[in-house]
Write a protein that binds this ligand. Structure first.
Ligand code: CDP
Length: 251
C-alpha cells in the first residue's frame, strides 16, 4: 500500500511535515473542575479533571504530595470494530504513561494527601489518541486551576514509505514503519514522554524529533489560545452580571 505519492503528498493530502487540523476548546463540561475537548483530524477526545480532592482509598494518600490518577478510555463506538467496554492492557498502559507525564508537570507537593483525577474519553479514534488525550488533559488541568510548570503538547512522529512524517493517521500507523509519540515541556524543552514502535536510523530519529518539537510549539499555541478564549468568555459573563444584576440573579 502506497502512503506517499510521487508529489510527496499523503493519503489525506498533507505534506510530510504537516499536522492534521486541530481544534481545542477549554471548559466544555459544567460538572468537572476542569475540562477540554480536542478534535484532531478524525480524533475526538474529551478530558475532565477533578481535584485536588480528598484521596480515596485513604491508604493511597501521600503525606508529601498529591496523587495523580488517570483513566484513558476508548468508548465502544470510537473504533471500527466495537471496542469491548472496560480497561484492557493498552488502556492501562496509556493511563499510566499519561499520569506519569502529568505528575511531572503538576506541583503535586502543594496538595499533600489529595488526589487529582484525570479522565480521558476517546469518542472517536484515528491514531495519535494518547497524544491528543495528553494535550487535552493538560488544558483541562489548567482549566481546573491546578498549578503546573507548563502545558503539555504532544504529537506522534514516524516513518512511512521510508520517509519521516509528522502526525500519523490510522492508515499510516498500521502500514508505516515507525510510530513515535512524544510530549515536551515547551518552557524548558524537556522531553516528557517518548515511546517508539518500529525502527528508524539515528538520522531519521533526529529528523523526527525535530519535526515533533516544531509541531509541539504549534500545538502549545493552540492550547494557550483555547484557555485565553475560555477566560475571555468568563470576563464577559461577569461584566453582564455587573450590568444586569437582577437578571443574573433570576437565572
Ligand atoms: O491512538 P494511539 O496512536 O496513541 O495508540 P495506538 O495503540 O498506536 O493505536 C493507534 C490507533 O489504532 C488508535 O488511535 C485507533 O484508531 C486504533 N485502535 C483500534 O482501532 N482499536 C483498538 N482496540 C485500539 C486502537
Amino acid at each position: 500500500m502506497r502512503l506517499i505519492d510521487e508529489n510527496g503528498l499523503r493519503i489525506d493530502g498533507r505534506k510530510v511535515d504537516e499536522l492534521r487540523p486541530i481544534r481545542i476548546e477549554a471548559g466544555v463540561l459544567k460538572r468537572a473542575d476542569g475540562s477540554a475537548y480536542v478534535e484532531w483530524g478524525k480524533n475526538k477526545v474529551i478530558a475532565a479533571v477533578y481535584g485536588p480532592r480528598e484521596c480515596h482509598p485513604r491508604h493511597l494518600q501521600d503525606p508529601s504530595k498529591a496523587l495523580v490518577q488517570c483513566r484513558y478510555n476508548m468508548i465502544a463506538f470510537s473504533v471500527m470494530e466495537r471496542k469491548r467496554p472496560g480497561p484492557d492492557r493498552r488502556s492501562v498502559e496509556i493511563s499510566k504513561i499519561i499520569a506519569e507525564a502529568l505528575e511531572y508537570v503538576i506541583f503535586t507537593e502543594y496538595f499533600p494527601r489529595t488526589s487529582i483525577d484525570v479522565y480521558i474519553e476517546i469518542l472517536q479514534a484515528n491514531a495519535g489518541t494518547r497524544c491528543a488525550g495528553l494535550t487535552a488533559a493538560s488544558v483541562a488541568l489548567a482549566d481546573a486551576g491546578v498549578p503546573m510548570k507548563d502545558l503539555v503538547p504532544a504529537v506522534a512522529v514516524g516513518k512511512v514509505d521510508n520517509q519521516v512524517v509528522l502526525d500519523l493517521t490510522k492508515e499510516e500507523d498500521n502500514h508505516g514503519q515507525a510510530d513515535l509519540p512524544m510530549a515536551i515541556i515547551p518552557r524548558t524543552g524537556e522531553v516528557l514522554l517518548m515511546q517508539m514502535d518500529g525502527h528508524m536510523t539515528v538520522e531519521e530519529f533526529n529528523k523526527a524529533i525535530d519535526l515533533g518539537y516544531k509541531a509541539c510549539e504549534k500545538i502549545y499555541q493552540l492550547q494557550k489560545d483555547a484557555l485565553r478564549r475560555r477566560y475571555a468568555v468568563e470576563e464577559i459573563e461577569t461584566f453582564e452580571e455587573a450590568q444586569h444584576p437582577q437578571t443574573a440573579m433570576e437565572e
